[in-house]
Design a protein around this ligand. Structure first.
Ligand code: 5GP
Length: 183
């Protein structure tokens, strides 16, 4: 049974707010180094990447611009449907730009492989991926995450932008949910 207090619904915390902040700072420093003298366009994948985009961008020292895309994802369930649909497209032209897709989590990799191909067709100068979490299944598909936070086990997690049925995005840690929450 769910509770009015988010903390009561959690089973196990995988990463705390401090651990996430330290990792995001490392990712930002790596991007700053690699893009020295260039001005990357960070493309956040709504809604899950809102928190990581916000923290990653502010941890970077270089000039950058931001844009957002929304694609269909799991809906209210916890399994990937394999169907990727653009619900909101970019507002900027990425032709000739150095694009970095900012994603919360790579599971099957279906979403990202679709997004990379889609953005490549618009002829940017480059496309790379920054993702905070990656699950083992992602290793079997052709998705090269250049800036990775953590490899995590194949279990459903929430928090730091990641939802279950729209909830838990505001949890500052990343955690699994008690089985009772799903019933
Ligand atoms: P993929 O296409 O790689 O299978 O799935 C990517 C998307 O599925 C992520 O952007 C995220 O929205 C969702 N997703 C994958 N694993 C999880 C998870 O453990 N928790 C949550 N909340 N969403 C997930």
């Amino acid at each position: 049974m769910e509770s009015a207090d988010i903390a009561q619904d959690l089973e196990h915390v995988l990463y705390t707010r401090d651990q996430i902040a330290a990792k995001v700072a490392e990712m930002a420093a790596a991007i700053d180094r690699d893009y020295a003298g260039r001005e990357p366009l960070l493309v956040g994948v709504l809604n899950g990447a809102v928190m990581v985009m916000s923290d990653l961008a502010r941890a970077m020292r270089s000039h950058l611009t931001m844009d957002w895309m929304a694609v269909s994802s799991y809906g209210a369930g916890t399994k990937s449907s394999g169907v990727v649909r653009i619900m909101k497209d970019l507002t900027t032209d990425i032709h000739g730009k150095d694009v970095i897709i900012v994603e919360d989590i790579v599971d099957t990799g279906l979403t990202l492989s679709y997004l990379v191909a889609n953005l490549q067709s618009r002829e940017p100068a480059s496309v790379e991926i920054a993702a905070l979490f990656r699950k083992p299944d992602a290793l079997t598909v052709d998705v090269d995450v250049k800036y990775l936070g953590f490899d995590i086990p194949s279990e459903f997690v929430v928090g730091y932008g990641l939802d279950y049925a729209g909830r838990y995005r505001n949890l500052v840690d990343v955690a699994t949910l008690r089985p009772s929450v799903y019933s």
